[in-house]
Design a protein around this ligand. Structure first.
Ligand code: MRU
Length: 344
């Protein structure tokens, strides 16, 4: 399953706002399209927005027919702008920083050569992401026992990455290994990534599962129906504090209370070692209409109601049993052990 395609120098993406009702592929024709598609969550999930942004810069560069000085000036300015479209997932800045390095390294070359170097780097970021998912799936599946009943939040599968996923890659691998698992997918208010996207992916893979309202998790835990939790991450600080979809923190607290292991699954590109703790993670605030209307259509709150709509929350590292990365499992103490996997 793919959620983006780069073919004949054209970039296409599966519009995730249309799922699960319709599978609609759209073309990203320029930087403005890319910015808007990411901002509107037509394309989403931390690793995927990084890969998509890298390709988007290539499209933008190819659209420019300018002398080198102007080409470079515009490119640098527009990449900085693209970085602002979603502030929490560090993968966006991570991928665009790599693209910027390629521009600096090749700035003495011709415009054509720079364009080629950009595409080479975007393809490398894409291929790496596919491989990282595979590795996380393999490491994480070792934590799963036959018959486990797993709770997950938001969407962390093929729709959130350019490979198999992060937390869902673990689930997919466990299924391949016939571990006889059952998955509960939190619906994930307000934009329903769990019920629209995770349930869709789980059904495609024929994994036994149920969609639950976000507020059902505690009930199931109390009844011993959940014995492991796997979630993804949008940014992990040096001390292991993890930003992920709003509602993740409440599940972590519930897991601690019910003594259920709580695992975060993320590639190295989701770590931000420039910050010490989760307090420094910028949290995206989204429009109140996403809370007041179901899928931007039907009002389920008074039009004039005030809203608070952070897209992410931060789970303190103390609530995390282990972090599954593409480099292996990381256990507490996180500050020390994260440094170890990064070799710093
Ligand atoms: O707002 P979204 O849908 O982009 O949020 C996605 C998540 O929170 C995922 O859990 C996260 O990106 C990690 S999954 C690869």
């Amino acid at each position: 399953m793919n959620s983006i395609k780069f073919k004949n120098n054209r970039l296409y993406y599966l519009d995730q706002k249309e799922l699960p009702l319709r599978e609609v592929w759209r073309e990203c024709r320029n930087l403005r399209d890319g910015f808007q598609a990411t901002r509107d969550l037509q394309i989403r999930g931390a690793p995927l927005i990084g890969v998509f942004a890298a390709y988007c810069v290539c499209i933008h560069a190819n659209n420019m027919d300018l002398k080198k000085e102007d080409f470079l000036k515009n490119l640098r300015y527009d990449i900085a702008y693209l970085k602002t479209c979603r502030p929490t997932a560090v993968n966006l800045a991570w991928a665009l920083n790599r693209i910027e390095k390629v521009i600096e390294k090749n700035s003495k070359d011709s415009v054509q050569q720079i364009k080629q170097a950009l595409l080479k780097e975007a393809k490398a970021i894409h291929a790496e992401d596919v491989a990282l998912c595979e590795r996380m799936g393999n490491f994480g599946a070792k934590l799963i026992k036959k018959g486990d009943r797993i709770l997950t939040h938001c969407n962390t599968g093929a729709l959130a990455t350019s490979g198999k996923g992060t937390a869902l890659a673990v689930v997919f691998k466990a299924k391949e290994l016939n571990k006889d698992i059952y998955v509960y997918a939190d619906e994930t208010r307000p934009l329903l990534q769990g019920s629209r996207l995770t349930a869709w992916e789980l059904m495609k893979k024929k994994i036994p599962s149920s969609v639950i309202c976000d507020n059902t998790a505690a009930y199931l835990m109390q009844k011993n129906q959940v014995n492991k939790v796997f979630v993804g991450a949008d940014r992990i600080a040096s001390n292991g504090d993890t930003a992920n979809k709003i509602g993740t923190y409440s599940i972590a607290v519930l897991s601690k209370y019910h003594k259920i292991p709580f695992y975060v699954v993320a590639p190295f590109s989701s770590f931000d070692l420039s910050i010490k703790s989760g307090k420094q993670i910028p949290i995206e605030e989204r429009s109140g209409s996403e809370v007041k209307k179901v899928l931007n259509k039907l009002y389920v709150a008074p039009k004039a109601a005030k809203t608070i709509s952070p897209a992410f929350d931060v789970t303190p590292h103390k609530l995390i049993t282990a972090i599954v990365t593409d480099r292996g499992l990381v256990y507490p103490p996180y500050t020390k052990n994260i440094r170890k996997i990064f070799g710093v």
